[in-house]
Every structure is written in structure tokens, then in C-alpha cells.
Design a protein around this ligand. Structure first.
Ligand SMILES: Nc1ncnc2c1ncn2[C@@H]1O[C@H](COP(=O)(O)OP(=O)(O)OP(=O)(O)O)[C@@H](O)[C@H]1O
Ligand SMILES: [Mg+2]
Length: 422
């Protein structure tokens, strides 16, 4: 054990209280470090509990895109209260989810101007059956995975992400307003007007987009070795390698013409040898990389402008990038077996946990119904890997599915109430 691990206690919840959240009219759960298991039949409210914990950490649900389903049917408002203990201090996060009105968040009883100021107070890593979509689903799932992790690592990216999403939305609306090519003549005028305004939006998109995508690239680089290790740990030795790579949706024209490298410092200087490029890259600062990405993205936007106007969509930028996943050099999506896909999804979460805890306090680990999905070998290996976390919250319809190494307090959830299990 390193000194760091000894001195840094993890973050843990000491209490979770819910009012009119999902199926709970009112529930108040005392929590301790270590493992807590929530057992109970299907549909009794196990996932609802851990969903609330995840919401307190991220301000989103891992399974509902909107907040409305989180408010108990017939109620106007749901409240999540989470009491958190860290090595430095205690914190109380209170979230009010309002039907048809803005949500409100209080930290230690003080209202926050912006809900997202609460991000980072509680950090969680949540494993759920829905994670299979990380591997099998659309690229948007993987982008969301990266952005969520980015925000958990550095909460200031919540603002970058929100800005970027807003810019893409507004720029798309502008492109659509130009109307299709060969459309009614009246559109011609508007196309010219749109083109003039587009320059401004290109600059916005390139600036915020570059910041987001360079951060994602850094993140993927940091995550890669953790994913490789976690995959072997879950799937078993000799089953890998599992690899991840970030792929941009665009290449800037000057990069295409040049050496084919990803981030171009190519401002028309003298021809460089690969060795020089390599060294230049190694010394490139974060700011340099962002500026280079911004230039590339702007150039790419000019290249695709006419197709964008024809189609009414933003064709270049991090909203179209991909986190590529592969197992034994084949793309995971479409090639990996069901079991391999599961192992890879678990590896992505475990790697997130490793990265979040390195040099900092452990995030709270949440395992929602994952053991039921795994064979005995992977169950044991996963349980062993997570058993060292400061706090682990586990849900299981069949408690016997939870490996014995994860022992701790055991609640039974039934009809929106909790009792101590025998
Ligand atoms: N907004 C809501 N208002 C009232 N009840 C709700 C609301 N949202 C969900 N529920 C109820 O909560 C229950 C689902 O709870 P939950 O998903 O936590 O079950 P679970 O114990 O995890 O079950 P499983 O073992 O099948 O995963 C369902 O019965 C559902 O009808
Ligand atoms: Mg469930």
C-alpha cells in the first residue's frame, strides 16, 4: 500500500434521503463505507435508489434522458438529499427536481446559482446493464461516456460541453434555415445571408470544439493502459488485447497534404523529419494543441461548408468523433461476442474508476444488477477488483449472485421501503 492510499480516504455517502423520487414517497437510508447490498425482487425500487446517487453526482440519470420520469407519478417535485463525507470535510447535496420548472441545487444549505457548480462534490462510477450500449450502441453513447468521465475528472468541462452543444444546435438551425440546394428561388438570398453569418459560428464551433476534443484525446490517452489492464483482469489472461482510440471526424486540408499526422502544427514551415515532428509533439503544450485543433477544425468546416448547406447538418467537430473500441485488433462493435462486449464495457468502467482514484479520493462505486449478467469467473474477478473501493453500492435481485468477497450491510427493498435483510 502506498502512503497516498493510506492517507487519502475515499469519498463516501453517509445518508441518502429521497422524497417523491421514482417509486419512493419518502425514504431515508443510512450508509457506511464498505459494501452495501440492496436486494429485492424485480421492480421493487433497487435501481431507483442508486439512480438517485448517480444523479446527485452527475445531475443526470443513467437510464432516463429527461427528468420527468424521476418525479414520482402524481407529484410535482422530487428531492434527493445526499450526505457525503470526504477526508477534508462533510457535504450535503440537495437537489430539487421540478416538473416544468428549473431544478434547484443546494450545497450545505446554500442555493447554487448554477446547478452544475455541484459537480465534483460527489464522484461516482456506475456499472449497469445499460453499459452494454457503450460497446454495441451508437457512437453517441461512447462520446457521452468520454464527456461524462471528463467532467468527473475536471468539472470545468461541464461548461465547455454545454457551450459546445449549444453552438452545434444553433449552427445547425442556421444551416437548416438556408434551405436545400435547388430549392425555391427565394432561398438563394437566404443562403448568402447564412454564409455571412456562418463565419462567426464556425469560429465559435472551432474554439469550443477544439477545447473539448483535445481534452477527450488526452483522456483517451490516459485511459488506454487502464482499459487494457482491466480487460485482461475481467476477461482473463490471454483474452486481449482490448484497445481504445480516439478518431476525429475531420482532417484539416493542410494535414491531408502533409505527413498525415493528427494535429497539425503545420503552418507552412520547412519540411520536418518524422523525428522532429515527434519531438515537437512531445513538447507541445496543451494550449498549442488546442490552437492547432482549432485551426484544423476551422479549415475542415470551410471544406465541408457547401455539403453542410445542402444537408442542413454540422458535418465536422467533436459531436461526430468516435471512440474506437477493439478486441484483438477487430472492431468491438459488430465483431466482439456478447461476453467480450460485456467484458469490454466493464473494462471501460473499471478503467474510469482507476483513473478517477489515481492520486485522489476513491469515487463511490455503484454496481447495478451487473453480477446477474456475468458468468462465475467474471463475477469473481470483478468482485475482487472492486472490493478495495472505499464504498461500493450493489443491487441484486438474486443476492446469491453477489460473490461472498463483497460482504457488508444488506437491505431488502420492497414496495418503496427498506428493511435490514437477515
Ligand atoms: N416516476 C415514477 N413514479 C412512480 N413509480 C415509478 C416511477 N418511475 C419508476 N417507478 C416504478 O419503480 C419500479 C422500478 O424500480 P427499479 O427500476 O428500481 O426496480 P428494480 O428493483 O431495480 O428492479 P429490477 O430487479 O427489475 O432491476 C417500477 O415498478 C416502476 O413502475
Ligand atoms: Mg434494477
Amino acid at each position: 500500500m502506498s502512503v497516498l492510499a493510506d492517507t487519502l480516504r475515499g469519498v463516501h455517502l453517509t445518508r441518502l434521503a429521497l422524497t417523491d423520487f421514482r417509486c419512493y414517497a419518502a425514504v431515508d437510508v443510512p450508509l457506511e463505507p464498505g459494501v452495501t447490498i440492496f436486494g429485492g425482487a424485480n421492480g421493487e425500487g433497487k435501481t431507483n435508489l442508486v439512480e438517485a446517487v448517480g444523479y446527485a453526482a452527475t445531475l443526470t440519470s443513467h437510464r432516463a434522458a429527461q427528468d420527468a420520469p424521476l418525479i414520482r407519478a402524481g407529484a410535482e417535485q422530487a428531492i434527493i438529499r445526499a450526505a457525503i463525507s470526504t477526508s477534508a470535510n462533510d457535504a450535503l447535496v440537495e437537489i430539487e427536481l421540478n416538473a416544468g420548472r428549473a431544478n434547484r441545487v443546494r450545497l450545505n444549505r446554500a442555493p447554487l446559482t448554477r446547478p452544475r457548480e455541484v459537480l465534483g462534490v460527489l464522484r461516482t462510477v456506475l456499472f449497469a446493464p445499460e453499459d452494454l450500449a457503450l460497446v454495441k450502441g451508437d457512437p453517441g453513447e461512447r462520446r457521452r461516456f468520454l464527456d461524462d468521465l471528463l467532467v468527473a475528472m475536471a468539472p470545468r468541462y461541464a461548461a465547455v460541453r454545454a457551450d459546445y452543444e449549444r453552438v452545434v444546435k444553433q449552427r445547425t438551425a442556421l444551416l437548416k434555415s438556408a434551405g436545400p440546394k435547388g430549392g425555391p428561388k427565394g432561398n438563394r438570398q437566404s443562403r448568402e445571408a447564412v454564409t455571412a453569418t456562418l463565419d462567426v459560428w464556425d469560429a465559435h464551433l472551432a474554439r469550443t470544439g477544439a477545447e473539448l476534443l483535445v481534452a477527450r484525446e488526452h483522456l483517451v490517452q490516459a485511459l488506454r493502459p487502464h482499459v487494457e489492464r482491466a480487460y485482461l483482469a475481467v476477461a482473463g489472461d490471454g483474452r486481449g488485447p482490448a484497445e481504445i482510440a480516439y478518431r476525429r471526424s475531420f482532417e484539416a486540408p493542410d494535414e491531408l497534404a502533409g505527413s498525415g499526422r493528427q494535429d497539425g502544427a503545420a503552418d507552412g514551415g520547412p519540411a520536418e523529419t518524422p523525428d522532429v515532428i515527434h519531438r515537437a509533439r512531445a513538447t507541445e503544450s496543451h494550449g498549442d494543441r488546442v490552437r492547432a485543433a482549432e485551426r484544423s477544425l476551422r479549415a475542415a468546416l470551410l471544406e465541408v461548408r457547401s455539403s453542410e448547406l445542402d444537408r442542413g447538418v454540422c458535418l465536422a467537430g467533436p459531436h461526430r468523433d468516435e471512440l474506437e473500441l477493439s478486441v484483438r485488433a477487430l472492431p468491438a462493435r459488430g465483431y466482439a461476442s456478447h461476453g467480450e462486449s460485456w467484458s469490454l464495457a466493464l473494462a471501460l468502467r473499471l478503467a474510469s474508476f482507476d483513473l478517477l482514484r489515481s492520486g485522489r479520493e476513491d469515487p463511490v462505486l455503484i454496481l447495478d444488477d451487473v453480477f446477474a449478467e456475468l458468468d462465475a469467473g467474471r463475477r469473481e474477478r470483478l468482485a475482487t477488483l472492486v472490493a478495495t473501493a472505499e464504498q461500493v453500492l450493489v443491487t441484486a435481485a438474486v443476492p446469491a449472485d453477489v460473490p461472498p468477497i463483497l460482504t457488508g450491510r444488506h437491505f431488502t427493498v420492497a414496495a418503496g421501503a427498506l428493511t435490514d435483510a437477515p
